[in-house]
Design a protein around this ligand. Structure first.
Ligand code: AMP
Ligand code: GLY
Length: 425
């Protein structure tokens, strides 16, 4: 089987590595891919958001499946276009990807079907939004752009002035462009966050091992929100009792709600959950694998990912027993200094071998390119240094040892990945 993966970050590297393990896979292709992915897949310089370009590439390569990994092409309808051309795919159609593409849609769905989430209102008018915030008089207040904003469209305002400024920046100054022309103002939820990725064929939902992301740039969960600075799996705070509650109150009802709306979801559904004192609530849905959650979840998958992909496409996921390792996995992201704001690229990375790997760890490349046999930084998040271990402590210890052996100018990484999960904070 030949598979084309769309995307070019650490998540796609992890997906490529998992697919490569399958005895069914002959050849992997990736567009656009990156330096690290090129050791596993033939890469083509077509942007993941170039729908027509990807369709043309698929027509040329004739892959058995196209695995569409990032949010933008899914929301833009890449899967629909590929299916119309006769290609089998992994990933939801646009009418289901809207679960991530519009927060106003997802909040409305949860309200209509009684799925637990923060109380909210949506606004397109500045004055009305400010009036609502004043009336709620509850801080911090959470202000979100409706559409996709690279995980940065959420402002947690600590007082009225900050909230007012956030509303103005989105609705009037157009900080997030069209994505922020409608906003969601919602109640702040206190608690620990858990990510649960789930395979679904639109009928059955099979949650994967849970994980925890670290979204802030600096130690102690300080600094700006990023795409994610590290992850651990499983998340020790997500107990079997909580998992059972989420299955009944969140996972199954979401799949049923999407079907009731005529929007069956096929692919990987990402549940961002907050464990509040009043139970688990949905922070957000994503229509795809998380990044860098995938980097710690897929190494624990023992079932062939190709078998799962086929079962999702054929809608027979109920008959498949998906097995997971009992080990833990940790990923420490090494980023360019300055990320998520301005950063420099083009730095040579030392400590990697000719395949972009290093001993005793798996290095998922997020922002690298290969030039004259050397790995060079080319993005904000550069590497996801990943290790499994019998315990989370062991996995973290190995990952940080590997980090010590890799360097590039102004490399930045968090030193406290996993600390909250282990109750050390
Ligand atoms: P989102 O893009 O909706 O996932 O939001 C990004 C991050 O903002 C989440 O992972 C949370 O850490 C935080 N966040 C979003 N909504 C809330 C909320 N209602 N209460 C507390 N934190 C939130
Ligand atoms: N790690 C968060 C995300 O993938 O959106």
């Amino acid at each position: 089987m030949n598979i084309l993966i769309v995307g070019g970050g650490g998540r796609e590297h992890a997906i490529a590595a998992a697919l490569k393990k399958s005895p069914k896979v002959e050849k992997l292709y990736c567009a656009p891919g990156n330096g690290g992915i090129s050791a596993l897949a033939e890469c083509f310089p077509v942007k993941a958001t170039d729908i027509d370009g990807i369709v043309e590439l698929a027509k040329k390569l004739r892959p058995d499946y196209v695995f569409v990994a990032p949010d933008d092409p899914l929301v833009m309808g890449m899967v629909d276009k590929l299916n119309a051309e006769g290609f089998k795919t992994f990933g939801p159609c646009a009418n289901a990807a809207i679960l991530e593409g519009s927060k106003a849609f997802s909040k409305g769905l949860m309200k209509k079907y009684g799925i637990p989430t923060a109380a909210y209102e949506t606004f397109t008018d500045e004055e009305k939004a400010v009036e609502y915030i004043k009336k709620q008089n509850s801080y911090p207040a959470v202000i979100k752009a409706d559409g996709l904003a690279l995980g940065k469209g959420v402002i947690i305002a600590k007082d009225f002035d900050e909230a007012k400024a956030a509303v103005h920046s989105m609705l009037v100054d157009g900080k997030f462009g069209k994505s922020g022309s409608e906003i969601v103002v919602e109640e702040f939820m206190d608690g620990n966050e858990v990510t649960v990725l789930a395979f679904t064929d639109g009928k059955t939902v099979k949650p994967m091992v849970s994980s925890m992301d670290h979204k802030r740039a600096n130690d102690g969960d300080e600094g700006l929100n990023t795409g994610g600075m590290g992850t651990v799996a499983p998340n020790p705070l997500y107990t079997p009792e909580i998992a059972a509650e989420c299955m009944e109150k969140i996972f199954k009802p979401t799949i049923a709600a999407m079907n009731a709306e005529g929007r069956p979801f096929k692919g990987c559904l990402y549940f961002g959950l907050m464990l509040t004192k009043n139970g688990a609530k949905v922070v957000e849905y994503n229509c795809r694998f998380g990044d860098p959650e995938t980097q710690v979840v897929l190494p624990l998958l023992e079932t062939d990912l190709v078998d799962i992909m086929e079962a999702v496409w054929d809608e027979r996921l109920d008959a498949l027993d998906i097995k997971w390792s009992r080990n833990s996995c940790a990923c420490v992201v090494m980023a360019s200094g300055g990320y998520p704001e301005k950063y420099e690229t083009g730095k040579e990375i030392s400590g990697l071998d000719e395949n972009g790997q290093c001993p005793d760890a798996y290095i998922y490349h997020a922002g690298t390119k290969l030039e004259n046999g050397k790995y060079i930084t080319s993005g904000g998040r550069v590497l996801g240094v990943t290790c499994t271990g019998e315990t989370l402590e062991k996995a973290l210890d190995s990952a940080y040892k590997a980090v010590d052996n890799i360097s590039f100018e102004k490399a930045h990484y968090r030193k406290d990945i996993g600390a909250r999960a282990l109750g050390k904070r």
